[in-house]
Design a protein around this ligand. Structure first.
Ligand code: HEC
Length: 161
């Protein structure tokens, strides 16, 4: 699974990047995640803060963290069955509001997340870091709908939708 994610990250990055050095680096991503920590937690014991828990976010459904009060627009997107692939996450991080407006084709769509991460290499790195956390059962019930790939030993085909 992780291999596949990294491979995907690489392909995505490679198709945009000006240099191959920009493939996502999880170690660097951990440092970049400090910016997100003003509002998000990830990993063991993570709790919803200003923003939802990001444990297992890569490959999970949009707006599916239990007990987090999402804004209307992102809920609407989640209802379409949208999934956070690495590519979608990268688009989201450029500008969450614009992302929702484009996805929903709604000029009035809004995001509660005001933060933007413009630098492409930073987006790739932080997403690579997030990809190192697999879906976790106890804290984010909605995410348990997604098979915990590492534990079930099945192939990544089980993670889509
Ligand atoms: C200033 C606070 C803030 C910062 C900083 C922030 N976010 Fe968010 N984030 C939010 C809020 C609030 C939401 C919920 C959006 C909504 O409901 O419209 C959110 C939602 C998200 C979602 C969608 C989650 C889901 O369950 O569908 C992702 C992914 C995300 N943020 C990633 C990040 C990453 C990665 C960073 C750092 C690069 C970051 N955020 C930085 C506040 C923040």
């Amino acid at each position: 699974m992780k291999k596949q994610l990294f491979a995907t990250a690489f392909l995505i990055t490679a198709s945009f990047a000006t240099s191959p050095a920009q493939a996502g680096d999880a170690a660097k991503g951990e440092a970049i995640f400090k910016k997100c920590m003003a509002c998000h937690m990830v990993g063991e014991g993570a709790k919803n803060k200003v923003g939802p828990i990001l444990t297992g976010i890569v490959g999970s459904k949009v707006a599916s963290v239990a007990d987090y009060k999402y804004g209307k627009s992102i809920i609407a997107l989640g209802e379409t069955g949208a999934v956070w692939t690495e590519e979608e996450l990268s688009e989201w991080l450029i500008n969450p509001k614009k992302y929702l407006r484009a996805k929903l084709d709604d000029k009035k769509a809004k995001s509660k997340m005001s933060f933007k991460l413009k630098k492409e290499d930073q987006r790739a790195d932080v997403i690579a870091y997030l990809a190192t956390f697999s879906p976790k059962a106890e804290e984010a019930e909605a995410v348990t709908e997604e098979p915990a790939v590492e534990e079930t030993t099945t192939e990544e085909t089980t993670t889509t939708n």
